[in-house]
Design a protein around this ligand. Structure first.
Ligand SMILES: *Cc1c(COP(=O)(O)O)cnc(C)c1O
Length: 477
């Protein structure tokens, strides 16, 4: 399997080459040259694998279709080591439960940091360690987080050989639970840097360091952001696992509603569908930052400025642009790389938007790709959390509530709707208290984490100071 760039760069690469890379050389995103097809017989085999051997075995089968430069036995061992009952708390790893008639919830949030990003990041940690050891190389991950990404990256990379993490976050702005999750890590290779500023300041620092190519090369700086193909690929697996739990025969279809920000999660659903998984509709649910909902309604993709990007109570979906969206648009346009390059390169940088409403591909997209969307606001979120709690005695987190709200607008008779649960309510306790007047359930292993000693360096938003800190903590200084 070879990988190409959505912007048409001539070079083709193999999986392990793009594993440690971010963007393609031309600024595009990597995608496989084609999507391996899962026909009816193969789907039956995969169903059997999942039902008899479990999630890790299913992951191995699906990943093998895309990865041919890791020996099968090694890949199998990496999957087995990643997706364990010990880490995820259940044998199913991503158990599906019924919420109400026609509406199911798939739990993707039982990993170490209680958000769905663990599903991919835990695998990435093991893949990085494996590949770096094979090459005899090291990598220093430098990132910015407002919460979920940073903690998932740290819990995936902690104690891994060859990898260090330098994670910036806005000082005092993450929830106490999120701060405790990250800052209580005592692993030598994890560095928490609290920046006196807002999330944008953290992102600017990452950009500044990444743009310094000499520094980047000398200190082997890398990222783990959501455009990484390996992350997306790992997420394809739980669409299959959800489908197998919701159906008994391949003639049945399901739909998924996905709380969406950067379009990474729902893009994995698109890939699963392109492979032949019987998906009726993929519904992207957004919060007040409705870049995606606007596109699916109107055909206009419009990047928001920072004044136009809202801080919401489902903060992990607070985006100004959807970084993975280019992958979907590339497919939507029949893989026209020149046009994709024009839209995401020229038009976005010049106008901050593009308009596909007149493009015939957009007009037929809903039919061809089965996409739909919806939006949820703070008031909708509170009402949904209250309703689910009152009727089913269950607490759902704010992002999942956005999903449930939008899913209910897209129910179709005879097609189970699976809402992806992307986090547990304890991560966003303040809004749960606002909605229900009580604290969310706290899993036992997180009892008292706010009181643990913290390991964090507070720093000004100063590029030189950050660089000095990284240099000091790398062997190559
Ligand atoms: C990251 C995140 C999302 C958004 O996922 P995307 O892949 O960016 O669309 C939704 N919910 C939670 C809890 C998250 O952490």
């Amino acid at each position: 399997m070879l990988y190409l760039s959505t912007r048409g760069h001539a070079e083709r690469k193999r999986f392990c080459e793009i594993l440690l890379e971010g963007l393609a050389p031309d600024g595009g995103l990597y995608l496989p040259e084609h999507y391996p097809q899962v026909d009816d017989a193969a789907l039956t085999r995969l169903r059997h694998t999942f039902n008899t051997q479990g999630y890790a075995a299913l992951a191995f089968e699906l990943l093998s279709l895309y990865i041919d430069d890791i020996p099968a036995a090694d890949l199998k061992a990496l999957c087995a080591k990643t997706y364990t009952q010990e880490v995820y708390g259940t044998e199913a790893i991503v158990p599906v439960r019924k919420l109400e008639d026609g509406l199911l919830v798939e739990a993707l949030s039982n990993g170490p940091t209680l958000a769905f990003k663990d599903m991919a990041m835990q695998l990435l940690g093991n893949l990085f360690e494996y590949e770096l050891a094979r090459r005899g190389e090291e990598l220093n991950i430098f990132g910015a987080t407002s919460g979920d990404t940073g903690s998932a990256a740290e819990y995936a990379m902690r104690g891994k050989k060859g990898v260090r993490v330098f994670m910036t976050s806005p000082h005092g702005r993450m929830s106490p639970f999120q701060q405790a999750q990250m800052f209580s890590l005592m692993d030598e290779n994890i560095h928490n840097i609290a920046i006196e500023g807002v999330f944008d300041d953290c992102q600017d620092l990452v950009k500044a360091v990444s743009n310094d190519l000499d520094f980047k090369t000398k200190y082997k700086i890398g990222t783990v952001n959501s455009i990484n193909w390996a992350r997306l690929l790992a997420q394809v697996v739980y669409y299959f696992a959800g489908y197998f739990q919701a159906t008994t025969a391949n003639s049945q279809k399901v739909s998924f509603t996905v709380p969406s920000g950067n379009f990474g999660n729902v893009c994995a659903g698109h890939v699963a569908r392109m492979m032949g998984l019987p998906v009726d509709t993929l519904v992207a649910a957004t919060n007040e930052n409705d870049v995606l909902d606007e596109f699916f309604r109107t055909g206009v993709y419009r990047v928001r400025g920072s004044a136009d990007t809202h801080e919401t109570s489902s903060p992990s979906m607070d985006i100004s642009k959807a970084s993975n969206f280019e992958r979907f648009v590339f497919d939507l346009l029949g893989r026209d790389a020149a046009l994709t390059k024009d839209l995401f390169g020229a038009q976005i940088s010049k106008n901050g938007k593009f308009d596909l409403s007149g493009n015939p591909h957009f007009a037929e997209a809903a039919a061809r790709y089965g996409f739909a969307s919806g939006k949820s606001t703070h008031a909708n979120r509170l009402a949904t959390i209250q309703d689910v709690h009152k009727r089913f005695g269950e607490m759902i987190d704010t992002h999942t509530a956005d999903g449930v709200k939008v899913a209910r607008e897209h129910l179709k008779a005879g097609v189970p709707m699976i809402v992806l649960e992307t986090a547990l309510p304890i991560k966003f306790a303040a809004t749960i208290v606002e909605a229900l007047g009580q604290e969310p359930h706290r899993p036992a292993k997180f009892e008292g984490i706010e009181a643990l000693p913290k390991r964090v360096q507070v720093m000004k938003a100063d590029v030189a100071q950050i660089k000095a800190y990284i240099a000091k903590h790398c062997d190559h200084a």
